[in-house]
Ligand binder design. Structure first.
Ligand code: ZN
Length: 174
């Protein structure tokens, strides 16, 4: 059997900047251009499943602690990103915390769950060691700052997903 030889284009792939690689791929006769549109269901699994059930049924934000390194993750992963242990210790964290960072989008995309302006924040909930990304609401975008205290506002009708938290809003500073 003849030994496979890379095409000149494939051979070039590793030598060009990552930003140029799509151009190379588009020249390669072994690469077919196409577009996929598939309906699918994502299985949340036991860890994210419990996280979502707690939001839906108890308005509780649960994290998970790795017993090896002690990191408390929110949202909870099935594997610790620090030491690759499987965290098993569930801990409830506060529905409030500190706004670590934020961004405001003034354009619409189908993936945005709300209309513009869409304000996303990174929230470090009290009791967590990681940041939760979520929407911010009831806030003037110009009044945002890192370090702001925020709290979760839950929806009345909850469905068992991350948007059961409607958004985070600033705590009254009075
Ligand atoms: Zn760990």
């Amino acid at each position: 059997m003849a030994k496979w030889k890379p095409t000149p284009y494939a051979d070039m792939f590793d030598r060009v900047r990552p930003s140029e690689r799509f151009k190379i791929l588009s020249l390669d006769p072994f690469v077919a251009q196409g577009r996929l549109a598939m309906a699918y269901r994502y299985f949340a699994g036991p860890v994210a499943g419990r996280f979502f059930r707690e939001l839906r049924d108890h308005r509780r934000i649960m994290g998970i602690r790795c017993r090896t390194c002690g990191t408390v993750y929110v949202p909870p992963p099935s594997v610790c990103g620090q030491c690759f242990e499987i965290p098993t210790e569930w801990v409830e964290v506060a529905p409030r915390g500190i706004l670590e960072s934020y961004t405001c989008a003034n354009y619409s995309l189908p993936v945005h769950p709300v209309s513009t302006p869409v304000i996303y924040g990174l929230v470090r909930l009290d009791g967590a060691d990681t940041n939760l990304i979520h929407l911010l609401g009831e806030v003037d975008p110009h009044a945002l700052r890192s370090g702001l205290e925020v709290e979760a506002v839950f929806k009345e009708e909850r469905q068992g997903n991350i948007l059961d938290i409607h958004y985070f809003r600033p705590l009254d500073e009075a």
